[in-house]
Design a protein around this ligand. Sequence first.
Ligand SMILES: Nc1ncnc2c1ncn2[C@@H]1O[C@H](COP(=O)(O)OP(=O)(O)OP(=O)(O)O)[C@@H](O)[C@H]1O
Ligand SMILES: [Mg+2]
Length: 413
Amino acid sequence: MADFLRVMIIDDDAEMRGNVAEMLIAEGQEVVACSDHGSAAAELARAEQPALVFVGIEQPLPRHLQTIQFLCGLLVDSWVIAYSSLTEITVFQQVVRAGGRILLELPLDAATLRRALDAASSQLKSSSMTPPGRAGRIISVIGQKGGIGKTALSVNLAAALAHDTKSAVLIVDFDTSFGDVGLALDVESPTTVAGAASDIGRMDAAEFRASITAHESGAFVLSAPGHVGEWLHVLPDDLEALVTTAATLFDYVVVDTPGAFNDAVASAVAVADNLLVVTSMELTSAKNTSMLLGILIAEGYPAAGSVVVANHTWADTGLRITDLAPVLDRDSIWDVPFDAGMRMASQVGKPLVLLDPESLTSRSIRALAQRLANDPDHIERRKLLRAEAPPRRPGFRQRLRSALTRANLAQAS
Ligand SMILES: Nc1ncnc2c1ncn2[C@@H]1O[C@H](COP(=O)(O)OP(=O)(O)OP(=O)(O)O)[C@@H](O)[C@H]1O
Ligand SMILES: [Mg+2]
């Protein structure tokens, strides 16, 4: 018999839920929750954190597949098993693409159910024995100016990673003054970055995941606090611990940062596996970006893991991407075109990559998400000219902070 697992059943047909529950109980499993595909399913899954979820899928298929996709984002260590009277290969493919592990054919029989339980319990056992470690990548979105599209890029990238690559994604707002990630995604998270940073040491993985809100793209959101005062008790070390711990629970942690340099930005840079250095197509932004890149290079930040993103927040500023590359001394720059729909998307709280996934701007951001998923160590596409990148020097965060503060002061004077 398979090991004892906490199981949830989601099916719109109440009689079928009862039948599946009876069969699972007969196999020695604990059925902790039963629900239809409505919003109660999400609440129950979040509260119960089942190891295994059985999902009945019939027409309308897209709605039922959405349940699977949502559950896989929410319960990253659990298994989702679908069962259906629709067993065509295309249905199976869609189930797998949504994150489901197995599609069982109705009517269910005890032997088939037992095989599925055995497969799930042996897989779950081996993954629970793997020591916790950093599995996910931390992608920090930085830029030395306000209004250049850091938040727009962060939320669209998080949505594209969650939606297109079916990864578990968390977006964290490090903007200590005007954080607007929650607004841009129309999500109100009960737990804020400041709260989570103070409590992370006391929470276990399940509590942490249950405390944050999921966006419809599948990405989870940790918004900035509504009151600036809440940041006062948060230390840079807490922020770094929050993000590195989150990276043990999520495939990607996207960190949005403010335009003015502070401790939170230094922390975001210090812990990042990938840096997206955003510039708009304005001379002032290009100049600040050049200064920022110079400091990152001097501090030994590996260029291959960072990419300059030229974001066209205006239709035409007269500055072209080909002018920018030599100024910034980069072989390649990621071009995100202007799209009037981007402003509208932030107004309605829905990322452009979901509203208009085939627009040129969405395609550029979705391609960037794919690149981060496929070849994250070489997102800049540049072959390293030096045999070895210089090692990151100790005290990186402190020196980066003072170097950039000096640069900011020089610029202001
Ligand atoms: N590619 C684009 N095309 C058109 N508009 C854009 C594009 N990228 C961003 N915008 C718009 O530019 C404005 C500023 O973007 P955003 O708020 O993301 O900047 P930011 O760098 O996060 O600013 P801050 O540092 O003040 O938080 C927003 O209205 C956003 O919708
Ligand atoms: Mg912003």
